[in-house]
Design a protein around this ligand. Sequence first.
Ligand code: PEP
Ligand code: MN
Length: 373
Amino acid sequence: MMVVMSGDATHQDAREVAALVRSAGGEAFVSRGGNRTVVGLAGDAELLGSIGLHRMPGVERVARTSDGYRLVSRVPGMERSVVEVAGVPIGPGTMTLIAGPCAVETPEQTLQAARLALAAGAVLLRGGAFKPRTSPYSFQGLGERGLRILADVREETGLPVVTEVLSAGDVELVAGYADMLQIGTRNMQNFPLLQAVGEAGRPVLLKRGMNATVEEWLMAAEYIAQRGTLDIVLCERGIRTFETSTRNTLDISAVPVAQGLSHLPVVVDPSHSAGRRDLVVPLSRAAVAAGADGVIVDLHPRPETSLCDGPQALGGQDVPELARAVEDAARLMGRRPARELTGRRESGDLTGRRGAGELTGDEASEDRGLVTV
Ligand code: PEP
Ligand code: MN
């Protein structure tokens, strides 16, 4: 069961609901997001249905939910949620492009990638400082030095930062730099990590496990929500199938399926789905057309030198096509590109000065020194 609080309910109202449930022998978990507060209940449903919860101040309604997840579930008639990341909306009505390098490599590379991201219309910067690599011999990321680079690039460009955290012990450190914490596909069922990010006071981007069902994904989101935050964005990033022409198979149907079962926003990562640069723009279009609330794309100023996932990274020459594809598809779906709401593109737009996304060698070196490590 879940209790959905009304928009004007106070924290005290939610606490009183939880106290009543506990006094009746049940368990209660209060979870808050940008535009909603929900209390998840566990215990004897018959009994909890009889204690007058719907008459408590601030209660909008009491609803029955699935067994495995409650706080993140979408009961009939419930609006989908908007998650705000440092003022950037992700949710119905808007189209949020997140872009940046797979991994933070150098200050210059990260700043250049951020400028490409801005030129593409992105409003959030992605970039990994802690990299979950399949081989222990692959580049593992710069760690805290990478986080400092991301913070410097945010300062320079105004783009809030989304970055991955790999272990529960690093959550506090990463949350000290990041605007949004990313949980990668390999960690979708790392339950202590999910609980730790749920307590970190930052929005969370939860990637779908490459072998996980939609239901398992939502139960992973529930672990985060149970610890207090409902500011969770689901990210479909492809699943393992028998198909070998792509790295993973983008499960496009997961977008409307997850949006029907959960009120959380859903974005798509076409880069990690396909593992192929040539498929990123077509899959971005498909994602928006299927109703995704955003797209997260790997960009690199020189993809051929990338230390991580180069074959899937878009370069400067691909930026105009990506920008057009996402905007056109967004308008087709009646969504406003989030950059129109944040106005961030103006602050770092390259298109007025040069072809979108093109950085010359001189400009690249000019960028050196703007960011300190
Ligand atoms: C990433 O986004 O950098 C990443 C490692 O993604 P995934 O967890 O989906 O493989
Ligand atoms: Mn990657």
